[in-house]
Ligand binder design. Structure first.
Ligand code: HEC
Ligand code: HEC
Ligand code: HEC
Ligand code: HEC
Ligand code: HEC
Ligand code: HEC
Ligand code: HEC
Ligand code: HEC
Ligand code: HEC
Ligand code: HEC
Ligand code: HEC
Length: 416
């Protein structure tokens, strides 16, 4: 045994002796508190509070090697007062305390709502586990339940008037929720998008869910989509201040994200035109504000592709097939899929051997605007043909009717 080791041993023994002289060991506390029956006297409301501490659960917890009095630091002898101080986790985790205080869950957010969570509501007390342990209350799989104590509780939701009433229920049905609840370690859970402690309101510029920060938040896991999006007309115009331009959640939703191949998804081929692009590109207000044409959706719906899609044909082109979805650019941009020089290959993905002539036909045929002179003549010809044919039919039928009436009258006359 070296001298160094001996001095260390002496130190430890001495410390143990000193501490024990004025503080109780866990075993001593548990002499009383391992009794499942031990409970506090009923309070004025008649509620009894159990004082039982499960030794095994505590032993397995991350603080299992701690003395009870590390947390219950105001207890000094066996006969303790019943108005003990609340445990202050901040004695050792001051960074967590600071982050919570500055978050939506900080007590300053709206005065001192009794609904706001303290550390124990999200982590437990004697059963705290590391966040990576699947049984931890804040594990990826358990967060929906833990946050759901309040965010899926109708009374708490009504009292606090949350902007989104059913975040948890929607999340559980989403692709992220489905995967996270079945044990995926990669799919987004509440804290990936909101932070565990530094949760902020969506209108706060520092928030992970502030409109301009959302592409970065989703981009933690969807990097290639983020990169494409950031160079698109929507990504660049949003960062330049066009607040109406879409970010990821305008097209995908936030809690109800579904796979594009799910027919219920707003991003599925059949739904893109109406559910994704239409709210903005069929809006007169937005068209006026950004110099767009509000008829793009209508003209698509009336096109052969739109009609075939409404008829149930899945292989047909939707807005995204020609424009892209994350890489949308104006036709004037040479990188744009609808730039004249790229149309042969864009249409060519479905129309092999599409010639330049083929791609020249207008997709968005706007009445009176895009029509060529010839098309105007064709239309005029058809309209006059219709007038003439219907006119002839009316005259013909008129003569026919008159003849019949005359005939009936003649028969009646003869019958008399
Ligand atoms: C001799 C039995 C006994 C021992 C030993 C004992 N306790 Fe207690 N403890 C009690 C009783 C009884 C109460 C309930 C007092 C009351 O009715 O409010 C209590 C209450 C408590 C409370 C709850 C106080 C409150 O107001 O919510 C805590 C925390 C606590 N004990 C921790 C400890 C710790 C830590 C130790 C060891 C350092 C310890 N106790 C040792 C009997 C004991
Ligand atoms: C990691 C810190 C921590 C340690 C270590 C700890 N406790 Fe606690 N304990 C808490 C918290 C938090 C509460 C909830 C009340 C509060 O905030 O003060 C609590 C509450 C209690 C209560 C009141 C009943 C209840 O469950 O709310 C008792 C009794 C108690 N502890 C006993 C013990 C005993 C005995 C030990 C040691 C075996 C121990 N505690 C170790 C954090 C701790
Ligand atoms: C609204 C629920 C919530 C509250 C309140 C909360 N936490 Fe957390 N905490 C979490 C979540 C969720 C995680 C996991 C975050 C992650 O996966 O990055 C976490 C992680 C942690 C971690 C481990 C990771 C780290 O950041 O070091 C510690 C330690 C922690 N919390 C302590 C505390 C303390 C102390 C308090 C009280 C001041 C507290 N927490 C309050 C939800 C909460
Ligand atoms: C006496 C100091 C002390 C107190 C008081 C204390 N902790 Fe800890 N806590 C630690 C230490 C040390 C660790 C283990 C080191 C680590 O892995 O971060 C830890 C670990 C944790 C972890 C797991 C971190 C992870 O990796 O996921 C959580 C969660 C946690 N504590 C929450 C709490 C909460 C909540 C309270 C109050 C009820 C509390 N702690 C009170 C010292 C303390
Ligand atoms: C004990 C109840 C409780 C728990 C648990 C809880 N919250 Fe909250 N949360 C609240 C309350 C109350 C507010 C409203 C604060 C305010 O605006 O005054 C809030 C606000 C929010 C907001 C802003 C809501 C809005 O309408 O602007 C978000 C986002 C949020 N919480 C996310 C979470 C996440 C994520 C978790 C889990 C890691 C969680 N919360 C756990 C009670 C809770
Ligand atoms: C994939 C990312 C993502 C996940 C996962 C997620 N959220 Fe959200 N959440 C958001 C975004 C983005 C918003 C902001 C929507 C907006 O701007 O209106 C939001 C809004 C909220 C709001 C309302 C805030 C407000 O003021 O409008 C609450 C409450 C909330 N989330 C709770 C949760 C809870 C609880 C979970 C876990 C079950 C969760 N969220 C999972 C991205 C996410
Ligand atoms: C923590 C990582 C993470 C974050 C953050 C995240 N996701 Fe995901 N997301 C995933 C994983 C993992 C999948 C499943 C991928 C797979 O199985 O193909 C997924 C799937 C998707 C899908 C379906 C993909 C497909 O190929 O069918 C879409 C759409 C999606 N996420 C959009 C979003 C949006 C929008 C946000 C931000 C609001 C977001 N995600 C945030 C991890 C994340
Ligand atoms: C203008 C609307 C729009 C925006 C903005 C948008 N998406 Fe998409 N996204 C779509 C559509 C539509 C699809 C389906 C494409 C398909 O059918 O393959 C899609 C598909 C996806 C997929 C599935 C894989 C793939 O590429 O087909 C992921 C993951 C995804 N988006 C993530 C994101 C993320 C992350 C953001 C923000 C950085 C984002 N999206 C922004 C409309 C959009
Ligand atoms: C949340 C609203 C919103 C959604 C959803 C949206 N857009 Fe846009 N889009 C805009 C705005 C605003 C602009 C104009 C940006 C600017 O020029 O500042 C724009 C610009 C465009 C442009 C360039 C127009 C031009 O003349 O330069 C194209 C092409 C386009 N969007 C196609 C689409 C398609 C296809 C979809 C559906 C997959 C879609 N957008 C979804 C708001 C939206
Ligand atoms: C079959 C391919 C195709 C489909 C499907 C399609 N477009 Fe287009 N779109 C084009 C072409 C080619 C242009 C450029 C020529 C023009 O202005 O007609 C264009 C032009 C646009 C423009 C103006 C862009 C610019 O820079 O001039 C917008 C905005 C637009 N489309 C939106 C939509 C929306 C929204 C949908 C779905 C409702 C849609 N498109 C469906 C091919 C398509
Ligand atoms: C995603 C695949 C897809 C893309 C991309 C696409 N189309 Fe089509 N298109 C179809 C399908 C499928 C039909 C057949 C619809 C039907 O059954 O009526 C069709 C029909 C047509 C027709 C009607 C005559 C015919 O050949 O049946 C024309 C013209 C046409 N497309 C032009 C275009 C042009 C121009 C582009 C590029 C700007 C384009 N399409 C891009 C799938 C596509």
């Amino acid at each position: 045994m070296t001298v160094k080791m001996m001095t260390r041993l002496v130190c430890v023994l001495f410390l143990a002796l000193v501490t024990n002289s004025y503080a109780q060991s866990n075993a001593e506390c548990l002499e009383c508190h391992s009794d499942p029956e031990l409970a506090k006297e009923p309070d004025s409301t008649g509620k009894t509070i159990s004082l039982f501490v499960d030794e095994d659960l505590f032993g397995e917890s991350i603080h299992g090697g701690f003395e009870c009095i590390d947390c219950h630091s105001d207890i000094e002898d066996a006969i303790h007062e019943d108005d003990l101080q609340k445990v202050n986790c901040g004695d050792c985790h001051d960074d967590a305390v600071e982050a919570i205080a500055a978050s939506v869950h900080g007590e300053f957010a709206n005065g001192q709502s009794p609904d706001l969570p303290g550390c124990a509501r999200c982590h437990g007390t004697h059963n705290i586990l590391p966040k990576d342990d699947p049984n931890s209350l804040v594990s990826r799989m358990n967060q929906p339940n833990t946050c759901g104590q309040c965010h899926a509780n109708p009374e708490v939701i009504a009292r606090n008037n949350f902007a989104i009433k059913s975040a948890v229920a929607m999340y559980e049905k989403s692709i992220h929720g489905e995967l996270a609840l079945s044990g995926s370690a990669d799919a987004a859970t509440c804290s990936d998008c909101h932070g565990g402690h530094n949760t902020l309101y969506p209108l706060d510029e520092k928030s992970s869910i502030y409109k301009l920060n959302i592409s970065k938040t989703c981009g933690q896991c969807h990097e290639s989509e983020k990169d494409e999006y950031l160079m698109s007309v929507h990504g660049t115009s949003l960062l330049e201040g066009a607040k109406d331009s879409p970010t990821c959640i305008d097209c995908h939703g936030e809690h109800d994200v579904l796979r594009p191949d799910n027919p219920d998804s707003r991003t599925s081929g059949f739904n893109v035109a109406v559910d994704v692009c239409s709210p903005c590109h069929a809006s007169e207000r937005m068209a006026a504000k950004y110099g767009l044409n509000a008829a793009r959706v209508k003209t698509y719906k009336d096109s052969y592709h739109g009609l075939a899609s409404r008829g149930g044909k899945a292989a047909v082109a939707n807005c995204g097939s020609c424009h892209g979805v994350h890489n949308i650019l104006p036709s004037s941009d040479p990188r744009s899929l609808i730039n004249a020089s790229n149309l042969a290959s864009t249409c060519g993905t479905c129309h092999p051997n599409a010639s330049e002539n083929f791609t020249r036909g207008k997709i968005h045929l706007v009445e009176g605007e895009n029509e060529t002179v010839i098309m105007g003549y064709v239309e005029a010809f058809y309209i006059s043909m219709i007038v003439v044919i219907i006119g002839f039919m009316i005259i013909h039928n008129g003569f026919d009717l008159a003849a019949k009436i005359r005939h009936i009258r003649a028969e009646k006359y003869h019958a008399k």
